[in-house]
Design a protein around this ligand. Structure first.
Ligand code: HEC
Length: 106
């Protein structure tokens, strides 16, 4: 019985991940994660000028606000295109503190 519950739990998590990927609007979260690691983490790790940062650091509303107000300044510093920034926004939004999958799913 326990085992069945575990299988169901795993399947529903997989379904959630799949639906999140399909529901993504404007940005590609998988690409966003890659771009985030490549471009944002250069300045956002312990000891670097931007300080440590993870998707969990903000809620979904806070991420949207950040990207509206100054996300472009940070993205521009990293030499990113508008679309690249959108992808990163989608990745951070999908894994925000109040999201279904805070900093999980790949
Ligand atoms: C060239 C270095 C650099 C790069 C690259 C960079 N940042 Fe930043 N970031 C900073 C610095 C410095 C600050 C703090 C000062 C400020 O607010 O301008 C900051 C501030 C922030 C903050 C504000 C923290 C808060 O709590 O409000 C967020 C969020 C952020 N960056 C996200 C990003 C994201 C996302 C990317 C990639 C698209 C990125 N940064 C790329 C240097 C950088």
């Amino acid at each position: 019985m326990k085992r069945i519950a575990k299988v169901i739990a795993i399947l529903s998590i997989a379904a959630l991940c799949a639906s999140a990927a399909i529901a993504a609007e404007g940005g590609n979260p998988k690409k966003g994660k890659y771009l985030y690691k490549k471009n944002c983490k250069t300045c956002h790790v312990e000891g670097a000028e931007g300080g440590p940062m993870t998707p969990l650091k903000k809620t979904q509303a806070q991420w949207d606000r950040f990207f509206e107000e100054k996300g472009h300044a940070c993205g521009a510093k990293a030499g990113m295109s508008e679309q690249d920034i959108k992808d990163v926004q989608q990745f951070l939004f999908d894994h925000a503190a109040d999201s279904d999958q805070p900093e999980t799913c790949g």
